[in-house]
Design a protein around this ligand. Structure first.
Ligand SMILES: NC(=O)c1ccc[n+]([C@@H]2O[C@H](COP(=O)([O-])OP(=O)(O)OC[C@H]3O[C@@H](n4cnc5c(N)ncnc54)[C@H](OP(=O)(O)O)[C@@H]3O)[C@@H](O)[C@H]2O)c1
Length: 238
């Protein structure tokens, strides 16, 4: 029985890899309401724009002090709070009642524990509010992907990866269907989905991807069952 189960898991793993690999093409998904943490930031604002282009209703969780310049003129709603305050996160998520949450946060000057604490607060709030999907942007190096990160630089990043792993684990254990999208080297430039852009269920894959490309792959996973409970790596080079 155990052998049959292992075989089935292996086949399903290969299938999901095959479905997600290759050029990213537009998939018409139903419109969802999406709450984006970090939506005022460099990655988050690209995620917001891609969601709006795909017809989703977007709310951004921002601090009172967050600069909203990147979202100027865009039809987004805001809820205000600090992600490190668990009560505020729970209240704002309950008020926004989104179908989907996307976590595109960056810690800025905060200690690396930011990723463990923010991941836990968002996961708890998503679970309590009955959110249907939680998408977390993570880093290659976290979880079981250490071998994909350049070994010469790993020890310098280890504490960060440990905190990101703790944030991932909170999301994975939340009971909410999750999608973790990891990247390794992040580019600021890029104007549209790159030809070689791919999202693979393979934790040995590293590479380079732009923030615009990460916006595109995020949208490809919104309320898509093939992305549920998956850890995916994005890259656009080879
Ligand atoms: N591998 C690479 O090459 C590379 C390079 C850079 C970044 N990254 C990763 O990519 C991800 C995104 O980075 P980014 O550079 O695009 O981020 P970013 O531009 O710094 O944006 C970070 C976002 O998080 C928000 N935020 C920070 N602390 C918050 C808090 N306490 N409460 C609520 N919101 C808060 C910021 O809001 P405020 O405006 O209020 O600060 C902002 O919207 C991060 O996970 C980072 O580790 C990877």
């Amino acid at each position: 029985m155990k052998t049959i189960t292992s075989l089935l898991c292996a086949v399903l793993g290969l299938l999901s890899w095959a479905i997600l690999a290759g050029p990213i093409t537009a998939v018409a998904a139903e419109s969802s309401s999406v709450l984006v943490f970090g939506g005022t930031g460099r990655l988050g604002s690209e995620v917001v724009k891609a969601l709006l282009d795909d017809g989703h209703a977007v709310t951004v969780f921002a601090r009172p002090s967050s600069a909203r310049k990147r979202l100027e003129g865009l039809p987004v709603s805001f809820v205000v709070g600090d992600v490190l305050d668990a009560d505020q996160v729970a209240q704002r998520v309950a008020e926004a009642a989104p179908d989907v949450i996307v976590d595109a946060l960056g810690r800025g000057d905060a200690p690396v524990s930011f990723y463990a604490d923010s991941g836990r607060n968002i996961a708890q709030a998503a679970s309590a509010a009955g959110v249907r999907q939680l998408i977390l942007h993570g880093s290659v190096g976290a979880g079981d992907s250490a071998a994909a990160y350049p070994s010469g630089r790993f020890s310098r990043m280890q504490k960060l990866f440990e905190a990101k792993t703790a944030g991932e684990n909170a999301v994975r254990e939340s009971g909410v269907p999750f999608t973790i999208i990891r990247h390794m080297r992040l580019l600021s430039h890029g104007t549209g989905p790159s030809d070689g852009l791919e999202l693979v269920a393979d934790e040995t894959v590293g590479g380079t991807v732009s923030r615009v490309d990460l916006g595109a792959v995020t949208v490809q996973c919104v309320m898509q069952e093939r992305c549920f409970n998956q850890i995916l790596h994005a890259r656009s080079d080879r």
